[in-house]
Structure formats: C-alpha cells, structure tokens
Design a protein around this ligand. Structure first.
Ligand code: SF4
Ligand code: FES
Length: 690
C-alpha cells in the first residue's frame, strides 16, 4: 500500500458480536437499481420541413436533485440520448494497433467451429476467443482491456454481448469466452446495447472528460466508443475523483490517474510482455490507481509501449505531449533503424518535422512493440546539433579555418574535386548500414564502380565477416521464435541490444514452449528463462561449441579449457539433440572486447548440426542490406566476390569500372588514415570513433 493512502492503516477486523449473515443469493441487480429501465431512442431526431428539430420526445431521464445543493432545485432535463444508427460502430476505433500488416489466417475447414453472429453463420478457429472470431467475420465488438497480443483479463466489460450456448441468451464478455460449436451471438440486441451503455456510463463517472486538452483526443478509444456505443449523456452529477497529476513515472512517460479506466493493459504489458513489473494497481475500490512502487521509477526499456496501448490519455509520452493532434499528422510506414531486426514503425510528422514513432503490428517482426530507443530515438532528428546545410572549412596553408555554411553546388564541387584528385586507393567510404537497400547500392556503385576504391565498410569493426553473415543458412525471427523450437544464443544480451527479439523470444519461451540454450560469457536478460546457460571462458566459445556438437553427435568431446562443467554441456547437448525440426542460432558478438573471429569460428562449428539456421544479430539497422549490396571490402552486389568477377561479366558491363585491388575494412581504413595514407574519407551517417 503506498504511503499516505487512506487504506494504509490496519486491516478492518470483523465485528466481535455481529454474526455473518447466512449465505443466500443476492437479489438481482434490477430490483435494487435506482433508475428503472426505460426504452431509449435509437435514432437521431429528424429535422422538420422548416429545418427545426421536433419537440423532444417524452423519454428524458428523470431530473436529479444536486447532492448538497438547495433542496428542490432540479437540473433542467437532459437532452435525448442518441446512438445506434447515428453513430454506427467504426471498424477499428482502437488506434493502439495501428497496422496489422498480415491478413488474419484463414480458418481450416476441417477444424472450423461454426457459430452464428447476429444471424449469420461464421467459421472460427477452435478455442478462439469470441471477440476475435466476430472481428474476423466483420463484426467489431467494442473493447478496452482486450489486446490481441496479451492474455485476456475481462476487466472492462465493454465487450459484453449476448451469447447462447444452449441454455438461452446471457450477457458474457466476448474477450473471455472461447467459441464453441453452435454458439449463437447477438452483438446488436437491445440487452447488449444497454449493457454497453451502462459500462460506458460507469467508465465516464470518474473520467475527467478533458478531451480538448488531452493528448489522446482524436485517437482515443474511449472517445470513439462513447460516440459509437455510449448513452450520449450522463446521469452522474456528483464530484469526480481527483488525483495530483500528471506524475512523471519515468523520464518519458507521464501518468494522469484521473483519466485511467483501470483496463490493466499497461500493467499487463509491463509484467507479461516486457517482464518489468514496475507499475501495478494500488489501492482499492474508488481509490484504485495505477502507479509505480514508492520511489521507484518505471525504468523499463519498453515503457513507451504502455503509452501506445493505453486506451485513454492516462499515459502520455513526454516527447509528444501537447505537440500535435492526430489529424495534423501524416504517417509513413517504415523500419526501425536502431538494430538489425527491422521492427516495423509508423513515423508520424507534422509540418516536415517528425513528432512521433509508433510500433506497427507486423506478425513476422515486432508485433507492434518497440524499445524506447526505437520509439523515442527520433528526437535526434530534430536536434539543433544536426547539420541542416553543407558546411565547409579550408585546410590550406597548414591551418584550419572555421566551418562556414555553403550551398550544395559549391560543396559538391569541392567533394568531386577532392575525390577526383586522389588516387582511388587513397579514398575510403565508411558507414551506410542504416540506409535502405537502394541507397546502399548507389553508394557501393559510386565507391567501387565510379571512384574505383574497395576501401568500403558499413560495419565499422563491430560486426561479423560478410562471408559468415551471407554464407550460413538464414533464419527469420519467426523461425527463432516458433512454437516448440530450440534456440542457441551466441551473442549480445537481447534485452540490452535487440529489444524486439528479446520480447519475441521471451514470449516464445514462456507461452509457446520454445527452449533457449545460452552460450554467453555473462548472464543476459533471458538467463532466468533459459533451459541451459553455458558460460565459456573468454575466447573459448568455439571450443565449447565444438564440444557441444560432438556431444550431440554422441562422439567423444573435451571441454575442460572452456570452464564449463561436463554435465552442463551434456544436458545442453541432449536438449539440442531433441530438436527434431532443427536449431536456430542467434549469432552476434557478445561484446567488442572479444574478436569477431571467436564468434565466426563458433558459427562454423555449429553449422555441423543438422538443419541449423542462423539469425544474424548485428548492431546496425540494415547491415544485411549493406552486405548484399556490396558495402564491404572485397564484395560486390549480389554476394559476388571482387576476385570472382570474370572479365566481360555482367557486373563489369553495368559499372564504369571496378577496384583494381582488394581494399581495407573499417579498422584498416582508420589505421591508414592515421598514417596519412588516406586522402579522402567519406563517412555515410556513421561516426567510427563512437
Ligand atoms: S493507465 Fe491506461 S493502460 Fe493503464 S490501466 Fe489505466 S487506462 Fe489502462
Ligand atoms: S474487452 Fe472484454 S472485458 Fe474488456
């Protein structure tokens, strides 16, 4: 219980003399309700021929006396309730999952379950939740707490529909009810509509209705669903609940507890998806609130996802607060550039300025989740320190002048002059791993096919040999995270460096029975979930993998020098031997303290396992694209080696020239530059010293 709360005192003790009432059924709610149900109008009043609205019909809610106000003073009658045909349900008011890029899978006819939704026959997956089956068939059921990427909790009751499973229709939360053969569902009945009215009216009792100043306004599921499914008015005239607000629960996330509808999405995400249960419900009843633990911030690498999935404006992101309205934003689907996993993002901008990045729900990649680096890293784009125009300085006469702004024409002339005056082997191009494939190809063609230098490297010394990355059988994220799969992790801590993969692997291990074998020098964010964690001594990863492969094959092995216990190794080998559909290896460098050749040797040893595939875990956005397009020494586009091009081949004809000799990698280029052997160094969106 947080300090200072009303309920923080001793628990109430039972009354010493008052007995517990005998157990009996509670009277049905309708006998105890203050307001007797009355028919509600379902259509907007039509204007008469003169343009005037007709007189209000005689079905206003009863006027109420203000509590604490002068006796006998009545409110004027509330306006008639409007809804239904006037506000037909929108297909997807929930903007929390802005893009599902893949179509929902078709139902296999032989396993399909047939249900009836609003009189129409619908085929559903066995065990599928009713809310999903209805949505797939085109019937959207309103919801707040339900999220297709998290387990259902039935917190908000907004998805109540009438369901008949053979014992007559009764209201049931469709997010908690799995479909069953012959089930009948009514999402449009008067009882369903009345339940939705009631839920929304209750949710709005304590909601501040500050939509004009709320960042969620215009993309708020509560706002949208109140319009589409709500009663159109409130009978609540009492004072609303008040909390101090907003609270900065982390550097980037602000909490407004008054707006919270206690849907459990943020707390569920933190606990279930990210594994950082740093926010939780506290208090009871009317005082229930979402909050962090006392004096502990919401220090999660994934905190921004809670802002995106919050169905109201209770959680807002500091970089976007009060910056724009959704209708002011233009949106472009793109790919995150922080790591090489390629999370799908929606980049939203206004007046040529990026204001927000949201996760896009791509089944094959990130399921809509992003790390905070991916979500908030866009602020660097708007940094005042970024170059906005070409800058030039002179180094003539042994001195260096100040930087001065120049036009593009002058800058390009100077660059062309410098590059043209230098022999090709004294020109180098580093970087380009965060560009898209087309731009990478153009840089490779410019450097190798026009300038004629092979001193080209996109990886900056923190990656792996292109021959290993391109030559080993490739796995996708879905391969690595498939149900019941087996994953070998030789690489960095996914939680620190590969956030998307961390979330997917975590889900696969916890929910889908995937097995994880770690071969890392130190514990990672997934160690507590790993089936086996092997910790080789520095530099012995390849020996350990060699011993592991021998143990899987039932051969003799020796692993003494690796520091790993023989029994641990045998247990891990048994796990790999049981992987009938093959092993997926996540391959990267755990740290830069160890040379790339250690990991490369381990990969080659591991490739002896049957059906093994590799998911490269590299540090920059599009390293694979850079290697495929030839941004590496001794490599040309299409995985062609420089020394493998024959005279007159297609590559030679397409490009004006080719480098005369193999070039240097990033470390070699920097060493050569320090010796004075490089005259022109082109950095393509990269800082090799950082
Ligand atoms: S803060 Fe938002 S996501 Fe969290 S419980 Fe409240 S309404 Fe739901
Ligand atoms: S969406 Fe079903 S109870 Fe909330």
């Amino acid at each position: 219980m947080p300090r200072g709360r009303d309920l923080a005192g001793a628990d109430p003790a039972p009354h010493p003399r008052r007995g517990r009432p005998a157990l009996r059924h509670r009277p049905a709610a309708r006998h105890r309700r203050q307001h007797q149900p009355r028919p509600l109008p379902r259509s907007r009043p039509q204007r008469t021929g003169s343009g005037a609205l007709p007189a209000p019909p005689d079905h206003h809610l009863p006027a109420r006396t203000l509590r604490g106000g002068p006796r006998g003073v009545h409110h004027p009658p509330l306006p008639a309730r409007v809804r239904s045909q006037d506000h037909p349900p929108r297909p997807h008011p929930d903007r929390s999952s802005p893009h599902r890029s893949e179509p929902v899978t078709a139902v296999e006819p032989e396993t399909a379950v047939e249900i009836t939704v609003d009189g129409a026959a619908v085929e559903a997956h066995p065990g599928e939740m009713l809310i999903e089956a209805c949505e797939r068939s085109g019937t959207y059921i309103p919801r707040f707490c339900y999220h297709s990427r998290m387990s259902p909790v039935g917190m908000c009751r907004m998805c109540l529909v009438e369901v008949d499973t053979g014992r007559g229709f009764a209201l049931q939360p469709s997010c908690m009810v799995p479909v069953s053969e012959g089930m009948k569902v009514s999402t449009e009945s008067e009882v369903t509509k009345k339940a939705q009215d009631g839920v929304l009216e209750f949710l709005l009792i304590n909601h501040p209705l500050d939509c004009p100043v709320c960042d969620k306004g215009g993309e708020c599921p509560l706002q949208d669903q109140t319009m589409a499914y709500g009663p159109g008015e409130t009978r609540f005239v009492e004072e609303k609940r008040h909390f101090a607000k907003p609270i900065a629960i982390s550097e980037t996330v602000y909490l407004d507890r008054e707006r919270c509808i206690l849907c459990d999405r943020c707390t569920r995400f933190a606990d279930e998806v990210a594994g950082d249960a740093l926010i939780h419900f506290m208090g009871r009843g009317n005082h229930t609130e979402v909050n962090t633990f006392p004096d502990e911030p919401f220090a999660s690498y994934f905190s921004g996802n809670t802002v995106q999935i919050c169905p109201v404006g209770a959680l807002t992101a500091a970089p976007y607060r009060f910056k724009a309205r959704p209708w002011d934003l233009t949106e472009t689907l793109s790919t995150a550039w922080v790591d090489s996993l390629g999370a799908r993002v929606a980049v939203q901008a206004s007046r040529n300025r990026v204001l927000r990045v949201l996760g896009a729900d791509a089944d094959a990649v990130n399921w809509g989740w992003l790390t905070d680096k991916e979500r908030f890293g866009f602020e660097a784009l708007n940094s005042a320190e970024r170059l906005a125009a070409p800058m030039l300085r002179d180094t003539a006469d042994g001195g260096v002048s100040e930087w001065s702004e120049a036009g593009w024409g002058e800058a390009l002339d100077r660059i062309a002059g410098a590059v043209g005056a230098a022999p090709p082997e004294r020109v180098a191009v580093l970087g380009g791993a965060r560009l898209n494939n087309e731009a990478q190809y153009m840089w490779a063609k410019l450097a190798k096919g026009v300038i004629g230098t092979d001193n080209v490297d996109a990886q900056l010394g923190d990656g792996l040999d292109p021959a290993v990355v391109l030559g080993l059988p490739r796995a996708t994220i879905d391969d690595a995270c498939r149900s019941g799969g087996t994953v070998v992790l030789i690489g960095p801590d996914p939680k620190e460096e590969l956030g998307t993969l961390y979330l997917r692997l975590r889900h696969a291990v916890i929910n889908d029975g995937a097995k994880l074998v770690e071969i890392t020098p130190v514990a990672t964010g997934l160690s507590h979930l790993a089936q086996h964690s092997l910790r080789p001594r520095p530099g012995t990863t390849a020996q350990l993998v060699s011993a592991l492969v021998a143990a899987v094959a039932g051969d003799e092995f020796e692993a003494g020098s690796t520091g790993v216990d023989r029994s641990e190794l045998e247990a891990a080998a048994q796990c790999l031997a049981g992987a009938d559909d093959g092993v997926t290896a996540v391959l990267g460098r755990a740290s830069l303290a160890e040379g790339a050749e250690v990991v490369e040797a381990a990969a080659i040893e591991l490739s002896a396992l049957p059906l093994v595939r590799f998911l490269p875990a590299l540090r920059r956005g599009n390293v694979i694209g850079a290697l495929e397009t030839g941004l590496a020494p001794e490599l040309l586009p299409g995985r062609v080696r420089l020394d493998g091009v024959e005279d007159g081949g297609p590559r030679v004809e397409a490009w004006p020239r080719l480098p005369a000799a193999a070039g240097l990698d990033a470390a070699g280029v920097l060493r050569a530059a320090a010796r004075g052997d490089i005259d022109v160094l082109v950095l393509v969106g990269a800082d090799p010293l950082n």
